[in-house]
Write a protein that binds this ligand. Structure first.
Ligand code: MG
Length: 313
């Protein structure tokens, strides 16, 4: 059962579409279109967005304009922008355009870390330590991501105890919060619950977030045990865009439209309110414009409700 502790007990959604949703697309999204996407999303009330990634542009060319995006998106009090930084060099690049938060990444699976980042988990911690040291005392929050928290595409099920150790270590290094990435969307309520229980034994719920994928249609279901356990930070992506270029078979991120619809029903939707219908419209328009597969069921349903004639297809 999901217990809300009152009117202020709401979920913070991090809209990751502009970064995670776009990073693997082969079609180039022009910089000004990325900026407009972010501006449009901010206008819906989504006020926490991951918009850039300071990775090697040869490796992720879609993200090569992160500096321009971050320096042009609308800034206002209460709106927070995050950027992924893989190493100290990325952090230094990011620092020039002042994201409110940076995301650093490691994995619970050694094999995934090897194939994804071409390094060991231990080496990833060394890089994270350098970043955290450089960021210390500055204004940026640091969120540590753990990939493959239930399943690895190469080595199979992941031991929950391992995830707990890594989460605890990220916090002890100086990360402000930890986000649990179910990278390939293979987890179920059972495996996610076991993983969460292990992590929550060492990390409080208010420092944890969820980053789930919908490959097997389980993402929304898997969010429920997190909400039941008091977790109130959730990553989602407009129209379910995204996936992981380094995780074979991984489908999109859980869709923002679907998550907002779920949270509305539970009385846990972000406050101030987000305009779900407007988000659905932006998702549909963006997918249509660039020929992308729209993966939000709530988004589809909302658009059909607005334009019933479009059912005649
Ligand atoms: Mg993702």
């Amino acid at each position: 059962m999901i217990v809300s502790t009152g009117a202020t007990d709401r979920v913070t959604i991090t809209e990751v579409g502009p970064r995670d949703g776009l990073q693997a697309l082969s079609v180039w999204i022009p910089t000004d279109r990325k900026i407009r996407l972010v501006s449009d999303l901010v206008a819906t009330g989504l006020h926490d967005l991951e918009v850039a990634s300071f990775v090697n542009p040869a490796r992720v060319p879609q993200m090569r304009d992160g500096r321009d995006v971050l320096s042009s998106v609308p800034r206002s009090p209460g709106v927070r922008y995050a950027a992924l930084v893989p190493n100290l060099r990325g952090f230094q690049d990011a620092q020039l355009v002042s994201p409110d938060r940076i995301a650093v990444v490691t994995a619970a699976s050694e094999v995934f870390q090897q194939r994804n980042m071409n390094s060991t988990i231990e080496a990833s911690f060394q890089r994270i330590e350098q970043i955290v040291d450089a960021a210390r005392g500055g204004p940026m929050r640091i969120r540590g991501y753990i990939s493959t928290v239930t399943d690895c595409p190469y080595s199979g099920p992941v031991d929950p105890a391992r995830v707990a150790v890594i989460a605890e270590r990220l916090l002890s290094l100086g990360c402000h919060e930890v986000c649990l990435g179910e990278t390939i969307g293979k987890g179920t309520v059972a495996t996610v619950s076991r993983m969460l229980d292990a992590v929550l034994a060492v990390v409080p719920a208010d420092r944890l977030g969820l980053h789930f994928h919908d490959t097997y249609g389980q993402a929304l279901a898997n969010i429920i045990p997190g909400l039941e356990r008091g977790i109130r930070m959730i990553d989602s992506s407009l129209a379910g865009l995204g996936g992981c270029p380094f995780a074979p078979g991984a489908a999109g991120n859980v869709a923002t439209e679907d998550v907002v619809y779920l949270l509305r029903g539970l009385g846990l939707a972000p406050s101030p309110a987000v305009d779900l219908e407007r988000i659905a419209f932006i998702g549909e328009s963006f997918c249509h414009e660039f020929g992308l597969t729209h993966q939000s069921k709530a988004g589809h349903a909302l658009m059909r409700a607005v334009r019933p004639n479009s059912l005649g297809e």
